[in-house]
Structures are given as structure tokens and as C-alpha cells.
Design a protein around this ligand. Structure first.
Ligand SMILES: Nc1ncnc2c1ncn2[C@@H]1O[C@H](COP(=O)(O)OP(=O)(O)O)[C@@H](O)[C@H]1O
Ligand SMILES: [Mg+2]
Length: 243
């Protein structure tokens, strides 16, 4: 049984259909990079999975439960950890306090997070308000890990960050994945996304137009799907059909 199964999901913003009939599954330990141009519907899909936006059609099954009607906080309790775009931290709390307030029992502890994100260790007593963008992102990911999620949902990890900060964050994310995390990562940087995640899925105008194993898709195929140049000759929607 899959950890997450999204079936024929449709999400609207008023009249706009931001997500159109999206289906995919994630197994425990899977890492999937969701790529696509600005406005493709990636954040809307992630928010719908996390419970921040109610779909107008479709199913979301997490573990063995249909969670479509569950509010976001109950999905957190079931093991969903969302790191939203914009990294909402408590600015007046320190890094350590931001991490500890999220703590739920499990593999990830304060020490484990500080070890996986070494850039945070010297900053643990600093208030979040004074952190660099990279440090804020690291704290936000660390905070999601502190909830010991079964699924980590990451939106735009590298957006607006200096290359050296992105480098550090991806090194830390590799550590997190090596420790067994299941990850759904939204990322604009194709190269990084494909290097980090086993699978890649591309959204175009609300639909999943390409999905497959990172090692089996070429950068050109993904780029074409990303910009909608060609449907890349690959059917999506089921993993069998995506090879
Ligand atoms: N809160 C909102 N209200 C209205 N339209 C929205 C809202 N959020 C996103 N949209 C629209 O939905 C579409 C998908 O947006 P989004 O999910 O943010 O895409 P992405 O994350 O891939 O850039 C876009 O056309 C965007 O303008
Ligand atoms: Mg987005």
C-alpha cells in the first residue's frame, strides 16, 4: 500500500482550475521532485495535500485513510510535514525555540536536526528574525522534521537563495533522505531536483504531463514537458505508463 495516493485531484481558485485531474502515488522512502513553470499549480497541489486548500474533486489517501475532509492540523498529527514557500518562522523566537516548539516524539530530535543542518549549530541561540535566507530555510525544514513526519512536503527550497546556501541546503537534504525520509519536493532547478530525488514529475498548466525515474529521463525530456514544447511521448497518471 502506498503512503500517499492522489487520485484525479482537482483544485480551484474560484473559476481558475489550478490543479486538473492529477494522480500519482508515493511509497514509503520515495523521493519525488515536482517541477514546472511558475503558475503550473505546484504550490496549490502541495497545499491541497497538506490540507490548506480544499479540492473540488478527487481523493487523497494517506496511509490507509481518505484524508480529503481532514483539516490541516489533523494531517500534521497523521504525519504530514509541510515546509511552505516563504518559510513562516516565529521571528522573535530563537532557532532552537522554533525547532523545539514543533517537537513530536520520533527519530528526529534537536541534536539530530542540528547535525543534519550544520549551518544552524552556531545560530541556535539567534532569533529567527536575524537569520539569512538559507538559515531560515534550514530552520523551516528542521522544524518540519521535528514533527517526525511520515511525509515531508517542501515548496521551493532554493527560491531566492544564494548559490552557496542552496548548496548547503541540498547537502543537508541528502542527509535527511539517507536517513529514510519520504519527500515530495517542489523545485524550479531541474538539475538539483533530478540529482536529489529518485523520481521526477512535471506539471504544466495544472496537469501532470511527465513522470518517471530521474535516472531514466533526460534533462531534455523534462525541459520540453516543463515548457510544454512537446508532450515528450510519455503518458502520465500511472507509474506503469510513465516508463
Ligand atoms: N490564492 C490564490 N488565489 C487565486 N489564484 C491563485 C492563488 N494561488 C495561486 N493561484 C493561481 O493558481 C495557479 C497555480 O498557482 P501555484 O499553485 O502557485 O503555481 P506554482 O506553485 O506552480 O507556481 C496560477 O495561475 C496562480 O495564479
Ligand atoms: Mg509555487
Amino acid at each position: 500500500m502506498s503512503l500517499l495516493e492522489v487520485r484525479d485531484l482537482e483544485v480551484r481558485h474560484g473559476l481558475l482550475q489550478a490543479v486538473r485531474g492529477v494522480s500519482f502515488a508515493l511509497e514509503e522512502g520515495d523521493t519525488l521532485a515536482l517541477v514546472g513553470a511558475n503558475g503550473a499549480g505546484k504550490s496549490t497541489l502541495l497545499r491541497a495535500i497538506a490540507g490548506g486548500h480544499r479540492p473540488s474533486r478527487g481523493q487523497i489517501v494517506f496511509g490507509d485513510r481518505d484524508i480529503i475532509r481532514l483539516p490541516a492540523y489533523k494531517r500534521v498529527a497523521l504525519g504530514m510535514g509541510l515546509v511552505p514557500e516563504g518559510r513562516h518562522l516565529f521571528p522573535s523566537l530563537t532557532v532552537e525555540e522554533n525547532l523545539v516548539v514543533a517537537e513530536r516524539p520520533g527519530y528526529w530530535t534537536l541534536d539530530g536536526v542540528l547535525e543534519a543542518f550544520p549551518m544552524l549549530a552556531p545560530r541556535r541561540k539567534s532569533r529567527a528574525a536575524v537569520l539569512s535566507g538559507g538559515e531560515r530555510q534550514a530552520t523551516a525544514i528542521g522544524r518540519a522534521l521535528m514533527t517526525n513526519p511520515r511525509l515531508l512536503l517542501l515548496d521551493e527550497v532554493s527560491l531566492g537563495l544564494a548559490p552557496v546556501a542552496v548548496e548547503d541546503l541540498y547537502r543537508s537534504l541528502r542527509t535527511v533522505i539517507e536517513r529514510g525520509a519520504t519527500v515530495l519536493l517542489v523545485e524550479q532547478d531541474l538539475g538539483r531536483a533530478m540529482a536529489l530525488c529518485q523520481r521526477v514529475a512535471c506539471m504544466l498548466e495544472g496537469r501532470l504531463v511527465l513522470e518517471g525515474h530521474s535516472g531514466e529521463l533526460t534533462r531534455e525530456q523534462v525541459t520540453e514537458a516543463y515548457f510544454g514544447l512537446r508532450r515528450a511521448g510519455i503518458e502520465v497518471g500511472s507509474r506503469e505508463g510513465s516508463q
